[in-house]
Ligand binder design. Structure first.
Ligand SMILES: NC(=O)c1ccc[n+]([C@@H]2O[C@H](COP(=O)([O-])OP(=O)(O)OC[C@H]3O[C@@H](n4cnc5c(N)ncnc54)[C@H](O)[C@@H]3O)[C@@H](O)[C@H]2O)c1
Length: 257
């Protein structure tokens, strides 16, 4: 589906990352992958990981830094010429923002960091990358239903995800004529490093799994398969969308006996 497409994956931390499930699916479907990691802490993992995926492109990029974003895209362009796809699988909010009632924990600094890393970083990457995207290219990001529904402890991340989903609509509306599609995947809960920062995540995971039409939680690989579809020409008519990969959780109303 994505044979020989050059796809940059931003946001791998370890084998549990959603980005790892996406990389697995893209690789099995023939993509040529490059990776960006936040800092040196993830270097040992990525060196092993990229070997398994025949990748010879890894770049450190802290997305809070515009110069590092510029450098990331420049290195990708030097390596590949045109970029066929980008996966943005990044989110962060300080731990104190993800615990308790929002009125008690929200702060200006926490709000700014969450929005900077979890939303603006997507805009920052696209701003640098779009002139170098091939015709019929595709960009995706990862979101969560906490953008639409108040979710305990998710707090400021829900606001940042709402901003991220709006960014998908804005960029898709102007990049379409340049041959670039932009979409997001709203994933159900998956146990990852970032998710573990949300207070009560284990309970969220259990309740979610017990209350979806599919009667189970979803896997990073299932998200990866949808990502492969969105990055492939099979989805050529789709842009500006949020596609739910959540076992159908989002279509339900309240639960009662
Ligand atoms: N795990 C879930 O339940 C779930 C559900 C829906 C959406 N998501 C979203 O999926 C995406 C990936 O998260 P994940 O769950 O795989 O967790 P993860 O911890 O594996 O990935 C988060 C990534 O963000 C990166 N990151 C954070 N700050 C950064 C910075 N300043 N510069 C560069 N990179 C930075 C981390 O290094 C890490 O690789 C996030 O957007 C998350 O909100 C996760």
């Amino acid at each position: 589906m994505v044979k020989n497409k050059k796809i940059l994956i931003v946001g791998l931390a370890n084998k549990y990352s959603i980005a790892a499930g996406i990389a697995e699916s893209l690789y099995e479907n023939g993509a040529k992958l490059g990776f960006s990691i936040q800092n040196e802490r993830f270097e040992k993992f990525i060196n092993e990981f990229s070997k398994n995926y025949d990748s010879d492109f890894t770049q450190i990029c802290d997305l809070s830094n515009d110069i590092e974003i510029k450098d990331l895209i420049k290195k990708a362009v030097d390596k590949w010429g045109k970029i066929d796809g980008i996966v943005h699988s990044v989110g962060f909010a300080p731990a104190d923002q993800l615990s308790g009632n929002i009125e008690e924990c929200i702060s200006r600094e926490g709000f700014q960091i969450a929005h900077d890393i979890s939303s603006y970083s997507f805009s920052g990457v696209i701003k640098e990358a779009y002139p170098h995207m091939s015709n019929n290219s595709s960009i995706i990001t990862l979101t969560y239903i906490g953008s639409q529904q108040a979710t305990p402890n998710y707090n400021v991340m829900g606001m940042a995800k709402a901003s991220l989903e709006a960014s998908v609509r804005y960029f898709s509306s102007t990049l379409g004529e340049k041959g670039v599609r932009v979409n997001s995947i709203s994933a159900g809960p998956i146990k990852t490093l970032a998710a573990s920062g949300i207070k009560g995540f284990k309970s969220m995971l259990n309740k979610h799994g017990a209350n979806t039409p599919l009667a189970r939680n979803i896997t990073a690989r299932e998200v990866g398969n949808t990502a492969t579809f969105l990055l492939s020409d099979m989805s050529s008519g789709i842009t500006g969308q949020t596609i739910y990969v959540d076992g159908g959780y989002n279509i339900q109303s309240m639960d009662f006996d």
